[in-house]
Design a protein around this ligand. Sequence first.
Ligand SMILES: NC(=O)c1ccc[n+]([C@@H]2O[C@H](COP(=O)([O-])OP(=O)(O)OC[C@H]3O[C@@H](n4cnc5c(N)ncnc54)[C@H](O)[C@@H]3O)[C@@H](O)[C@H]2O)c1
Length: 356
Amino acid sequence: MGMKILVTGGAGFIGSALIRYIIKNTEDSVINVDKLTYAGNLKNLESISSSKRYNFEKIDICNQKMLAEAFFKFKPDAVMHLAAESHVDRSITGPDNFISTNIVGTYNLLEVSRMYYKDIKNLAKKNQFKFHHISTDEVYGDLSISDPPFDENSPYKPSSPYSASKASSDHLVRSWYRTFGLPIIVSNCSNNYGPFHYPEKLIPQTILNAVMGKDIPIYGDGSQIRDWLFVDDHAEALFILVKKGVVGDTYNIGANNEIKNIDVVKTICKKLDNIYPISINPNLKNKKLKINSYEKLIKFVKDRPGHDLRYALDSSKLKKEFHWKPKRSFDEQIDKTIKWYLDNLEWAASNSDNHL
Ligand SMILES: NC(=O)c1ccc[n+]([C@@H]2O[C@H](COP(=O)([O-])OP(=O)(O)OC[C@H]3O[C@@H](n4cnc5c(N)ncnc54)[C@H](O)[C@@H]3O)[C@@H](O)[C@H]2O)c1
């Protein structure tokens, strides 16, 4: 019999990729605990939702009572905590939800997990239990162009309300291990991309704005560097870690694929010029836009306050201990991601507030 894994935030971008991976590739079962905020969508899970090994509970992780009921009903062997407010821009315009979900929500989940863990009578089940906290490379702050990548011992120096709230949650999780003996692991990952990514994020926004003939905004001069990892590679790494990660440890998950934002956007535009030429795009014809490449839609806008220059992660620990490395290339997967959005414009439209 497989493990029972309680996943929070499973209706979001990475959580849904993780659940699809678990249901399609393993014998494990999943309970998805999600509040279904603007970023959560059960359509992301349509391909697996009829599985008997998949369950859903609509719960806000800020509601400790409902969380406790779900734990004692489902009796999970592991928790994978992805529920969060995840968009840096929103954390600048309205930090409240970031404090409540990312910090207070994580605290609630830790407390419920601690009570539940204390109560597990079966020793084998108790020894197997793990609380896996999923976090970001943004907690480390940013790097200059010449700095070596962050490793697991890099100091925390978050810049935005989002990264500060994730840093706070990382600290809480580690303290529940040190103080209460809750068996935890933490993973910090670089920027993900792929299908089902909410349209406000750089890659889907670029694809969708281009297709609609809208300006493609780029903060500052677009020289910021991110390390892009395909979401299914992240899901596989997370699954390895929840099974094999050493209790108390932290693991960085990166792709060794640093690209400037402007180059990500130009790559997408060039690929779109081939996959969906402007000459056959009715949206541009209707707007009477006389341009010969989607690149002409790029518009440099005022930089984001506190914008980090560069993220890069050293994930040699994960590679050395578990032989994990990303299986997919950026060039191939960005093609597939563009095609996925072109085939799923309806999904994108139903997942946007003013982005389409
Ligand atoms: N997207 C990235 O590139 C990236 C990189 C590294 C780490 N992460 C981390 O991975 C996790 C998932 O990121 P994502 O991009 O999938 O985010 P997302 O915004 O796409 O999804 C977040 C999910 O959490 C749910 N949620 C939000 N508040 C909740 C609450 N109070 N109670 C219950 N559910 C709630 C939402 O409904 C949604 O389904 C986050 O913790 C994020 O910090 C993301």
